[in-house]
Design a protein around this ligand. Structure first.
Ligand SMILES: [Zn+2]
Length: 560
């Protein structure tokens, strides 16, 4: 938009959304509303504006469209021009990317005008408990477990409230609406793939409800078959079929690999050695990845050490493999880390949640020091947003606060993490030669500060690798499926762009996610989710929330 155009003096905008057709239309339109300068006049309806519709039948076999003229960041450095163009096109046919590059000939294909936009792969969340959507923000002040201190953080806690109080009362319909709503919300944010760690399997009907919701959301997902949260500990789940229901689930829902949703086996080790023995064996027999939360609370460090030595489980014969996906990995031993690296297991870090809820320091510096990289995970919206811009900024800033302080502390000869009681500069700080006396050259063993491309890689291709989906998604490489987001870089919070990866990571948020495409199909168009009846879904989610609170005997206090 431009006030000159709106006021009847149409301007041509070289690299903006306004093209020649708009110029003509605006000129005509202003004729109807002439009568002086009115910046707030409603724009007349434009009868012939087919450009405001998404390409017809997107995602259908043989259907072609081209995303034209955006700044394209493929996240595949092996492509020509390292996979980055200031202005280029992406040609999509059916559900796949056919070609990427400047000035593509697309025949009569439909066009999406991406001028002034950034075109990149959708984000990939490798650990998210979508069943908790109805409980959003309930635990905004809480930590993992009641520490007995009486502090506000220990008043409402994850273990006692979410797992032991709310989760056991869920019905299958509560699972369904939370899973669906949380998934659509993330689709709106440009997260085109999720690993849903659904720990709400009080019965096979609960499991089926979770899976149905993942399919109905219409985005790429891994269904993580985890335990019957809380109810397993309380013994209130006679219908619980975890983990032995896994073969039935796999056969009924996941016999094809040519669908958007696949399955991961949950192998929670804090449930005890017998459960580990059973769940890891079933998962491996089915050829599934085996995922588990690994963190020092809940006593997991010695369990992880046993697994690292191939002596986990009740028969002491369970070990770590390339098929493992470990979530958090906070507070683990050198031995465990060495084995994880050697085995080629995947690690998912939930930076904001780990920082907030006392999981321990997100192990990013350790991973980088070992030549490893994580994927990113949003974890729980009871405490923090599942927004991926928050993920990337938190990852980058957490790593930087640690390594920057390591560098500032380095002249002391002590390159350990800073003493948190003396965080800014220790009493023992010594100066270094040169014009900036407290600006040391980084020591060799301190990783460089993360850059925006690093966290973009964590948020895309690393997530695809973590879920064994790198053949299908994670980059805009021709041949892969078209999971694409188009980000508005003309918006007031971003314009003008002077650095594409920087604009995305440092400045953008959900409102910049203009268009979202999953497997070629346009799911969000010009800022609005398509085919979603939000008022109806809101009503269902609210009714479910009211039931859960009432059944759990918890009062709703909006200003707790
Ligand atoms: Zn989790």
């Amino acid at each position: 938009m431009c006030w000159l155009c709106d006021s009847g003096k149409p301007q041509l905008h070289g690299n903006s959304q306004l093209g020649r057709r708009d110029f003509l239309k605006t000129a005509a339109a202003t004729g109807l509303t002439a009568g002086g300068l009115n910046l707030f006049a409603a724009r007349p309806a434009r009868a012939d504006d087919d450009r405001d519709d998404p390409p017809e039948d997107s995602g259908r076999r043989g259907r072609r469209y081209v995303i034209r003229g955006g700044a394209v960041m493929t996240m595949d450095p092996r492509m020509p021009n390292k996979g980055e163009w200031t202005q280029a096109d992406v040609l999509v046919e059916g559900k796949k990317i056919l070609a990427v590059g400047p000035n593509l000939h697309a025949g009569g294909a439909g066009e999406i005008d991406a001028r002034g936009r950034i075109v990149m792969p959708g984000f990939i969340d490798t650990h998210h408990h979508q069943f908790e959507t109805a409980l959003r923000s309930y635990l905004a002040d809480g930590v993992l477990i009641n520490d007995g201190s009486g502090s506000r953080a220990s008043e409402r806690t994850y273990f006692e409230r979410i797992l032991l109080t709310f989760a056991p009362v869920y019905r299958p319909e509560d699972v369904y609406i939370s899973e669906l709503f949380g998934g659509l919300a993330q689709l709106d944010d440009g997260v085109t793939t999720v690993h849903d760690v659904s720990q709400i399997h009080h019965s096979p009907q609960h499991s089926d409800a979770a899976i149905q919701a993942l399919f109905d959301t219409g985005r790429r997902a891994a269904f993580g078959f985890f335990e019957s949260a809380g109810a397993a500990i309380l013994g209130t789940n006679p219908g619980n079929q975890y983990p032995q229901d896994a073969p039935r689930i796999k056969q009924q829902w996941f016999s094809s690999s040519d669908q958007l949703v696949h399955m991961i086996m949950g192998g929670e080790v804090y449930l005890g050695d017998a459960s580990t023995e059973q769940s890891w064996k079933i998962g491996r027999q089915l050829g599934l990845q085996v995922a588990a939360h690994i963190l020092s609370p809940f006593g997991i460090r010695p369990i992880m050490d046993a697994l690292a030595q191939g002596q986990g489980g009740s028969n002491h014969d369970i070990g770590i493999g390339a098929d493992n996906l470990f979530i958090h990995m906070t507070g683990m031993s050198d031995m465990a880390w060495n084995r994880v690296k050697q085995a080629g297991a995947q690690v998912s870090i939930a930076f904001p949640i780990e920082m907030n809820m006392r999981h321990g320091m997100p192990p990013i510096v350790r991973m980088l020091s070992m030549g490893m990289e994580p994927s990113l995970s949003t974890d729980v919206e009871v405490t923090l947003t599942a927004d991926f811009f928050t993920q990337m900024r938190s990852a980058m800033n957490l790593q930087r606060v640690v390594v920057n302080q390591m560098i500032l502390d380095s002249p002391n000869g002590n390159q350990n993490l800073p003493d948190p009681r003396n965080w800014e500069l220790p009493q023992t700080a010594v100066t270094v030669p040169g014009p900036f006396p407290y600006w040391p050259t980084p020591p060799a063993d301190v990783p460089p500060p993360l850059a925006t491309r690093d966290v973009l890689r964590y948020a895309t291709i690393n997530g695809a690798k973590a879920l064994r989906l790198e053949g299908k998604t994670g980059t805009l490489t021709p041949g892969k499926e078209a999971d694409i987001i188009i980000l508005d870089a003309t918006a007031p919070n971003v314009f003008p762009v002077n650095n594409v990866p920087g604009a995305v990571v440092s400045l953008m948020e959900r409102t910049n996610v203009e268009t979202v495409i999953v497997a070629g199909k346009v799911r969000k168009w010009k800022g609005r989710l398509l085919g979603v009846d939000l008022p109806r879904l809101r009503q269902q989610l609210e009714a479910s929330r009211d039931f859960i609170f009432a059944k759990a005997g918890v009062a709703q206090e909006l200003f707790h």
